[in-house]
Design a protein around this ligand. Structure first.
Ligand code: AMP
Length: 111
């Protein structure tokens, strides 16, 4: 079980900004921008690589929630979404998550 499953189960506290039957969004504990929220499916999918065709509805749901959640976070000037996948992608928690970051002008490319 990952730390994100514990957040879903309320075994660990998080600063939750959105929740529905399929997903949960909460502030990153180590923010890399003034706004840094993580959106996760409640289903414990390890990474983007573990998505399969049966997750099509869930995948669409997550993506559609991003702008709706961003609209509640004062990100009208724009924001970045990131999904780190696997070791080289920089993934450290193996429960799929979408980073939603903003509140300042972000540089490109990432390191
Ligand atoms: P990644 O490197 O893409 O796997 O991102 C994992 C993210 O989870 C990092 O930005 C961490 O700061 C964040 N994180 C780890 N533990 C917690 C926690 N308990 N609550 C909120 N965010 C967390």
């Amino acid at each position: 079980m990952t730390i994100f499953s514990k957040i879903i189960n309320r075994e660990i506290k998080a600063d939750i900004v959105y929740e529905d039957d399929l997903c949960l969004a909460f502030h990153d504990v180590n923010p890399q921008a003034p706004v840094h929220v993580l959106l996760i499916p409640k289903k414990p999918i390890e990474s983007l690589d573990a998505f399969d065709d049966s997750d099509a509805m869930l995948a669409g749901h997550l993506l559609l929630k991003v702008p709706q959640i961003a609209a509640t976070l004062d990100l009208a000037d724009g924001y970045r979404t990131i999904i780190n996948t696997g070791h080289n992608g920089g993934q450290t928690v193996f429960h799929l998550h979408i980073h939603i970051m903003g509140g300042r002008s972000l540089t490109w490319p990432p390191g």
